[in-house]
Design a protein around this ligand. Structure first.
Ligand code: IPM
Ligand code: MN
Length: 348
């Protein structure tokens, strides 16, 4: 059997609990031999050694086929340290320029929206969030901190290269979907320079994809559509920060953050891509077996799909769909949910 070299970063809070279930389902479904290497990264290591992501570990990560990540972040670590030096550093160093976040309302899942009214044909779209630029690059600074004259900047970096490769990837994804529709979210009425670059790039790259229809929405208006007409979206392409914000809203309207999966993808496959639930480390419920592992399990499906194992990915999706359809109000532990999905996926 083929071997998959998998790096596992369970991380903080509920990370280890949900990752255990993701791996359980992976083992249940795949015929590949999964060689796992676990990396102790996150709050514990930072407290113990002061390290976030040693260069040697980053180098080792490169030698894997994919990375599965649980969650990063802990209230005992100053804000931004683990986020920037660990999670974002991996995304940047491994050039994960596509942050792919599907938003699908599975049958039987309750949405805070009146779905029968606002999305009678269902909700099924995917956000292609740019992953290595925007305001996430750390290009900014502060002057006169703590004085009445304090000044802070966070510069959004948008390169033609970075925008174009993201837009092209989004078009290519739209091309494979039934509706073949791409919506750019930005704010070009205020953020004119970057907005113009994104808009023009969508127009130009769109020439290569004559079957794909394009639309544009300002990101603030898009939040209204996400709440009142989410069925309108097929593929959304947007920058790193807008994508961060709208994917939390997209998760909320499709059953909550416990179900939202994501992939930090390098489509050129020059580095391993990294798959993780959209949710964070949820320290308030960590260690209690209360976390929903579904987002991580669906992230494992995305991982398999990325590795060319579409059948296995689909079996996980079907097992998750079946589980979600029958969930009702029963309260199950993290491992009970994992067991049920693993059993169904193994048979599937
Ligand atoms: C996410 C998270 C991260 C982000 C944080 C933890 C750096 O919110 O994956 O959506 O902003 O990308
Ligand atoms: Mn986020």
């Amino acid at each position: 059997a083929e071997t998959v070299n998998l790096a596992v970063i369970a991380g903080d809070g509920i990370g280890p609990e949900v990752v255990a279930e993701g791996l359980k389902v992976l083992d249940a479904v795949t015929t590949a031999k999964v060689a796992r290497t676990e990396y102790d990264l996150g709050a514990r290591r930072w407290h113990a050694t002061g390290e976030t992501l040693p260069d040697s570990v980053l180098q080792e990560l490169r030698d894997h086929d994919a990375i599965l990540l649980g969650a990063i972040g802990d209230p005992t670590v100053p804000s931004g340290v683990l986020e920037r030096q660990l999670l974002l550093r991996i995304r940047f160093e491994l050039d994960h320029y596509i942050n792919l976040r599907p938003a699908k309302l599975f049958p039987g899942v309750s949405s805070p929206l009146d779905v029968a009214r606002v999305a009678p044909d269902g909700i099924d779209f995917v956000v292609v969030r740019e992953g290595t630029e925007g305001p996430y690059t750390g290009n900014g600074g502060a002057l006169r901190v703590g004085t009445a004259q304090e000044l802070a900047t966070e510069v959004s970096v948008n390169t033609r290269f970075g925008v174009e490769r993201t837009v092209r990837d989004a078009f290519a994804r739209a091309q494979t979907r039934e509706r073949k529709q791409l919506t750019l979210l930005h704010k070009h009425n205020v953020l004119s320079y970057a907005g113009h670059l994104w808009r023009r790039t969508v127009e130009e790259v769109g020439q290569e994809f004559p079957d794909v229809s394009t639309a544009y929405a300002h990101v603030d208006a898009a939040t209204i559509y996400l709440a009142t007409d989410p069925g309108r979206f097929d593929v959304i392409v947007t920058d790193n920060l807008f994508g961060d914000i709208v994917t939390d809203l997209a998760a909320a309207v499709t059953g909550g953050i416990g179900l939202a999966a994501s992939g930090n993808i390098n489509p050129d496959r020059t580095t391993p891509s990294m798959f993780e639930p959209v949710h964070g480390s949820a320290p308030d419920i960590a260690g209690q077996g209360k976390a929903d592992p579904t987002a991580t399990i669906l992230s494992v499906a995305m991982l398999l799909e990325h590795l060319g194992r579409a059948d296995e990915a689909q079996r996980i999706e079907q097992a998750v769909a079946a589980d979600l359809a029958g969930r009702g109000d029963a309260v199950r532990s993290t491992s009970q949910v994992g067991d049920a999905i693993a059993a169904a996926a193994a048979q599937g």
